[in-house]
Every structure is written in C-alpha cells, then in structure tokens.
Design a protein around this ligand. Structure first.
Ligand code: MG
Length: 159
C-alpha cells in the first residue's frame, strides 16, 4: 500500500486585539491569536502535516506570511488549497489526529463543529478527524496564556 505519514506543528502568540479562530470555529475568548492570516493554529498544523506527508515543503513556502494576498485570510481556504496540492501529487487523506495546547477557554464544546468543518474540506467522515485539547499546566508561554500551539499527524494513501 502506498501510505505516507506526516506531522505538523504551529504556534501563534495571543493578544487582546485579535479573534480566536481554531479549526475554522470562532471561539469566544478574551484573548485571540495573532498572525498574518486568521491565525488558525489548528488548520495550520494540519496543513503542514498534509504537506509533509506528501513531501511538498511547508505552509510558509506556499503561503508567505509577508504576502499581502494572505493578510487576514480564512485558513479554511489555505487548507483547501493544500488538499488540492496533495491530490495533485496523487494522495488522499485517510485520517487526522491533532492536539491543541491552550490554557483557556475550554475547547471541548467546540470540537464537534471543528471536526465537521475539517472533515468537509478533506472530504472525510468526521470519525477520521480527531481533535484533542490540553492545557499547559499554567507553565511557560502556553500555560501563561501568551501563546497557543497545535500538533497534527496525518496518514495519506495513494489515489
Ligand atoms: Mg500559523
């Protein structure tokens, strides 16, 4: 079987003047993620996992964070573009597993909606999109609410 594994990591700083968008869902929060795009840390980690599995470099290579074209862009569009790139190379996604590291707020109530959004973009069953959340036990930048991080792993199979 033509299987390929991939993983991705992303980090964004948190601040008061931004929105918090994770997995395509706007989360009510005092602090938001800061970035050139909409700073969706989970979708960015998933993009890098998919690109890595297909050996297609990384998200910054395809969507430069200095290009005005991507200022404030909806990361769902970036993920769609990544899915097209991966498909062009002859692969489709089997499943995703991911973890978001964030002290507050609790993400669990929003996870089903994130799963639906990501599954639709990847043309997968929601059961193939795992999203986990964890705190950073109040330590370091993530625990001190100064940053958010996401990890993602994926499996691709040849079309
Ligand atoms: Mg990012």
């Amino acid at each position: 079987m033509n299987l390929r594994i991939g993983y991705g990591v992303d980090v964004h700083r948190l601040g008061e003047s931004s929105e918090l968008i994770i997995g395509g869902v706007k989360i009510p929060s005092e602090l938001g993620a800061i970035g050139h795009s909409d700073a969706d840390v989970l979708l960015h980690a998933i993009c890098d996992a998919l690109l890595g599995a297909a050996n297609l470099r990384d998200i910054g290579y395809h969507f430069s964070d200095t290009d005005p074209k991507y200022k404030g862009i909806d990361s769902k569009l970036l993920l769609s573009e990544v899915v097209s790139l991966v498909k062009s190379k002859g692969y489709r996604t089997v499943n995703i597993d991911s973890t978001v590291v964030l002290e507050t707020p609790k993400l669990n109530p929003h996870i089903p909606e994130m799963q639906s959004i990501i599954a639709e973009i990847l043309d997968l069953d929601t059961d193939a999109v795992s999203i986990k959340a964890t705190t950073h036990e109040k330590v370091d930048s993530f625990g001190e609410k100064r940053a958010i991080k996401a990890y993602a792993a994926c499996l691709l199979i040849g079309i």
